[in-house]
Ligand binder design. Sequence first.
Ligand SMILES: Cc1cc2nc3c(=O)[nH]c(=O)nc-3n(C[C@H](O)[C@H](O)[C@H](O)COP(=O)(O)OP(=O)(O)OC[C@H]3O[C@@H](n4cnc5c(N)ncnc54)[C@H](O)[C@@H]3O)c2cc1C
Length: 391
Amino acid sequence: MVIGAGLAGAAMAQCLTTRGWRVDLFDAASGPAQAASALPVGMLSPHVTRAPTPLSELSALGVAHTRAELQRLLTPGRGWQACEVDNWGHDPGRWPAALVRPSALVQAWLAEAQATGHLTCHWNSHVHALQARNGVWCLQDASQHTLGEAPAVVLAAALGSAALLQALSGPSDWRPWPLHPVKGQMSLGAQQGEPLAPRPQRNNGVFVPRYEDANMPAPWPQRLWSMGSTYDRGQANTEVTEDAHARNAKSLRLLLSAHEAGQAPALDDAPWQGWAGVRCASLDRLPIAGAVPDVAALLAQVNQLGAHRTRLDLSQVPRLPGVYALTALGSRGLTLAHWCAQQLALQMDNQTHPAPHDLWRCVDPARFVWKQSRRQEGRKPAPASVASTKL
Ligand SMILES: Cc1cc2nc3c(=O)[nH]c(=O)nc-3n(C[C@H](O)[C@H](O)[C@H](O)COP(=O)(O)OP(=O)(O)OC[C@H]3O[C@@H](n4cnc5c(N)ncnc54)[C@H](O)[C@@H]3O)c2cc1C
């Protein structure tokens, strides 16, 4: 079972079905890519830093990987186009990039999964609880009706994963899932005449002077410019506001005036369109991908180890059998979703994955609770979670 049908869930469904798994995909919405992955157009580009960081290394792998997926699955002009981006912030330069409509990739991955005959989609299926029952995992809706049962489940529901993971973690006062919402609004409009810049420009936000997509769904124009996106930590609503348009307009004017490009379209020239969504970000801004820890069992282990608890390696943290997560893709879902899904599918098949060991540790879902356990004084173990006792 995979919960969530955005970039993360669709990538997971594609990777698992093509490896022979039968997948039931559940989403609260009436179809795929209706939350953050409904973004009209996003950018696939490397995360450039002076010295390598885990995110810059992951991004380098992810960009090349997604680029290959785009070339394999989508026709240029129908869901994506290659470009370069002028980076004006720290480490200025011109980098190869691509403009992508995420829903096009989601649909392509789901179509590929459907073609295997191994995918069943369940729309309008909000997963309220995840419980272990007789050796399988059981998904329930708010009325405690069973939505599905299977020996393995992947939580790919962005912020919606947090409540499910927290419930699985038992009543400990640790914070194993430091996930938070970051609202973003993109401003866009129909692009007419000469584009205002020869290529996308990035500083505080990204200006896309022209993006064309023959399959662009309504209400968006087939040829558009866009400026975005705002970054409002802690906000989880999707209301499009004039204030966010004004902030995007300011960033756009600054970008264009600083780089001798054209005049920004005035806010009152033509009505700007807007799209707002909510990113799911983790405390360390890295994705969460891998096997979910058994927090109650870890707590008991740490208490037993006492002063020697710091000897416990991340790889030794006990896991809930059959529970995995792929979430917290932040502002980089296009870069990270499929690469992480592929590594996770290999892990689920008990195959060694080609990801560098240290990088896979950086995205391990157990990293937060493991770090906390090394700092904590011995404490009374919480009652073992329902999940771990029953499976
Ligand atoms: C304004 C803005 C600009 C962005 N720009 C870029 C960009 O340029 N490049 C880039 O790479 N990324 C960008 N992103 C980020 C990108 O959109 C996300 O990283 C990506 O879409 C996350 O995919 P996801 O599948 O994890 O989450 P989502 O697409 O949000 O999907 C989660 C799914 O889970 C479902 N769900 C949630 N809870 C439950 C539940 N309990 N039961 C059942 N279903 C549930 C939801 O209905 C939803 O379909 C941007 C985001 C925003 C908001």
